[in-house]
Ligand binder design. Structure first.
Ligand code: GLA
Length: 717
């Protein structure tokens, strides 16, 4: 059957649950006939008869009037049009799926595009990207160079996207697609997931549902500026296009130069938004995230505990405390470095990565050893892509910063922060050297928190000749550095942080183990942020810390139990001065850490099912289940407290209807066990009818608060 299809110019990529059907007939434009549920060959052969028309796979500007374009280019003679026609198609197997490459050439100009489609069979992911080549002698300017274009048949199609800002990342927006353009655009340069995200989902069957309905997800794997666009016009198809944001960039392809776009990953699921999330999570853990198969340690980070007030006895006290609560790693955050200019606040010293001996006389080696003596590991904060104008680095290399010629620098954080120009190989060596020196001096260093606290402002490179290449060259430079670090120190854990959640993105995560989800650690707001972030990113990557109250960002006071129960739904850690905690609070955290360790494999490697959205009701709930459906963890958080409120049952998902599960509460603070404790229910009952959670925690008077939450562990008999 496949041979017959190929003879007709039709090529099919199947994953376990989806099919992509391509029409790549020689001499014509490459087209996508279908992307959605997996098709039987006989149905795939009759898509046209069923009313599904093929759509351009990579629409180029020129011959199609106002239609959405993924590619536009200006030839050396000023011609703005392209007429791409298929020249050849190559199909091959790779270890985890198939690869189809469609090579098209302009009808007149020596200009080619290779559109690549790659399937990950078991994860239900298909990636696409374009390799654009100028085979002529004179330069060709690319003015739009998207990674791909997908047409979605009209119906009641809704789009789910993420927006936000610093301290409010990953907020969910759900909207029906209506006439006109919907554009999600980012121009932050060094990070790209504060104000918007490079991922979207399309629900094909009306208002988005978590566990039902057909959904297509898309994630642009690019850490820099992007544009995601959806055009809804007078045709039967919404056109979705995604790629690098071409604003302020200028790619002039020289003779024989090929520009490769970032990859764009699609996923299809017939099991709602959570189904697409599970696909992205599985794929992310298997192929993208560093060490996606290794459990993450429970850590204490010093930032919200002591901020810049770093000193040796203080660090040792925090290490002792986290060790005594069962933690496994201590991370010393900002404030440890600077010689001529000691880092007392955020207005100096970035770039001067030498220890401040007045704060830490024994240096980092002493701290690594102090951690080891307490049976835990040691980690450290750096912000290697940056400097301050008040630093020895900047005094020595003022030409290393990003700045347009004839302009003064534009400063960021602390009134003095500047971004280093990673397009410059000397800067790349400097950045690699920071990690290399730390690791050579401290082979026992386990973890690096890699921060990036500034956008690119006064756009310009003091190194590059072509200013329009800054965005792409910055990311190439950073990739080279991170490749070198990963090659030299393969076991190092590295967190991607960018003023909180600025680097939750599949373009940058392949070098990182996790990301800092937000500088806002308020448990209530985290429920919303982590809900949205979980659309595309797995719990194993989502750092989620128990912090002090009143919360340092929103000043809300929540119970310690509530804070633990929220943090336990991601990669659990702490971000607090334990010296300020009561014994009771420490005891509750010790219990939470111990319980988390029991269910860590389920949370970090399991399948997510979001059950009740915080955007919809009085409580929020989600769960993780093992793929074998033998163990699961359920989270239930009350998000507002009013007397005389009545809560519906929460219906579970992802269990085996025919198995029986024993239910146990984790992180219990109640005086008496819940009535449900130790009881056995069928998976069918739990999924069809669910469980009703008590409206409040039954605790002694001194612990009573307006917060209530539950974590339940389910195990199949
Ligand atoms: C950023 C990070 C914080 C912390 C500070 C240190 O804001 O997001 O977690 O590391 O920098 O200055």
């Amino acid at each position: 059957m496949n041979l017959i299809f190929a003879l007709l110019g039709v090529f099919i990529l199947n994953t376990s649950g989806s099919s992509l059907v391509l029409d790549a007939t020689e001499g014509r434009e490459a087209r996508i006939v279908w992307y959605g549920a997996r098709l039987q060959s006989e149905d795939a052969a009759q898509l046209r008869q069923a009313g599904f028309a093929s759509q351009s796979a990579y629409p180029a500007y020129g011959l199609k009037g106002t239609a959405a374009t993924a590619l536009s280019a200006i030839q050396a003679d000023g011609n703005h049009t392209l007429d791409l026609r298929v020249v050849s198609v190559q199909e091959s197997e790779w270890e985890h799926g198939r690869r189809i490459e469609i090579l098209s050439r302009d009808a007149v100009y020596p200009f080619t595009v290779k559109n690549v489609f790659l399937s990950f069979t078991d994860e239900d992911i298909i990636e696409t990207w374009a390799e654009i080549s100028n085979l002529g002698k004179k330069p060709v300017e690319l003015t739009r160079y998207d990674s791909g274009c997908l047409s979605i048949h009209v119906g009641e199609v809704w789009m789910s996207s993420l927006y936000g800002t610093w301290a409010n990342e990953g907020r969910l927006c759900e909207e029906p697609l209506t006439r006109g353009w919907k554009v999600i655009s980012n121009i932050d340069g060094t990070r790209n997931s504060h104000t918007s995200h490079a991922e979207v989902m399309f629900s094909l069957d009306g208002k988005p549902q978590e566990n039902a309905g057909r959904v297509i997800g898309a994630a642009l794997e690019w850490g820099g500026d992007y544009e995601l666009r959806v055009q809804t016009d007078d045709t039967d198809y919404h056109k979705f296009l995604a790629g690098i944001n071409p604003d302020n960039s200028e790619i002039k392809l020289t003779r024989d130069e090929t520009f490769t776009t970032p990859r764009l990953a699609y996923s299809f699921s017939g099991e709602g938004l959570s189904g697409v999330s599970r696909n992205f999570h599985r794929w992310g853990r298997n192929y993208r995230l560093a060490h996606g198969d290794k459990e993450r340690k429970v850590l204490l980070n010093s930032w919200e505990g002591v901020y810049f007030d770093i000193n040796e006895p203080g660090m040792e006290q925090m290490m002792s405390d986290i060790a005594s609560m069962g933690g496994e790693l201590f991370v010393m955050d900002d404030g440890w470095f600077g010689d001529k200019y000691p880092r007392k606040n955020d207005s100096s010293s970035l770039g001067d990565w030498v220890v401040d001996k007045s704060k830490l006389p024994g240096g980092i080696p002493h701290l690594v050893q102090a951690a080891e003596e307490r049976g835990i590991k040691f980690g450290i904060w750096i912000e290697p892509e940056m400097t301050n104008s008040v630093s020895e680095l900047y005094e020595a290399h003022p030409d290393w910063i990003i700045k347009a010629a004839s302009r003064e620098p534009v400063y960021g954080r602390g009134g003095t922060q500047l971004v280093l120009d990673l397009s410059n190989p000397a800067v790349q060596d400097h950045v690699f050297g920071i990690v290399d020196r730390l690791m050579k001096e401290n082979p026992g260093l386990d973890y690096i928190k890699w921060d990036s606290n500034m956008d690119i402002n006064v756009h310009g490179s003091q190194y590059l000749k072509e200013q329009g290449r800054l965005d792409t060259e910055y990311w190439k430079g950073l990739a080279k550095v991170l490749d070198r670090i990963r090659a030299a120190y393969p076991d190092l854990t590295i967190q991607a942080c960018a003023s909180g959640g600025g680097r939750a993105n599949w373009g940058v995560l392949p070098w990182f183990d996790e990301f800092w989800t937000s500088d806002n650690t308020d448990a209530l707001q985290r429920i919303y942020m982590q809900w949205g972030t979980s659309y595309f990113f797995p719990a194993i990557a989502m750092a989620s810390h128990i912090s002090a109250t009143p919360n340092h960002t929103v000043y809300r006071t929540t119970s310690i139990k509530f804070r633990c129960d929220v943090a336990m739904s991601g990669r659990l850690g702490m971000e607090i001065q334990p010296a300020g905690m009561t014994d009771k609070e420490k005891e509750i955290c010790r219990q939470a850490i111990s319980d988390y360790k029991k269910v860590r494999p389920i949370v970090q490697f399991g399948d997510i099912y979001r059950l009740v959205s915080p955007y919809d009701g009085k409580f929020a709930s989600l769960m993780y289940a093992t793929p074998a459906k033998d163990k699961a963890v359920l989270y239930w958080w009350k998000i507002a407290n009013f007397y005389d409120e009545h809560f519906p049952a929460v219906r579970l998902c992802g269990l085996d209807p025919d198995r029986k599960y024993v239910v146990r509460e984790l992180n219990r603070v109640d005086l008496r066990p819940m009535a449900i404790e130790g009881k056995v229910f069928t998976g069918r009952f739990l999924m069809e009818n669910g469980l009703v959670m008590p409206a409040s925690n039954d605790v002694e008077w001194s612990l009573k608060s307006d917060w209530s939450s539950r974590v339940l562990y389910l195990e199949a008999l």
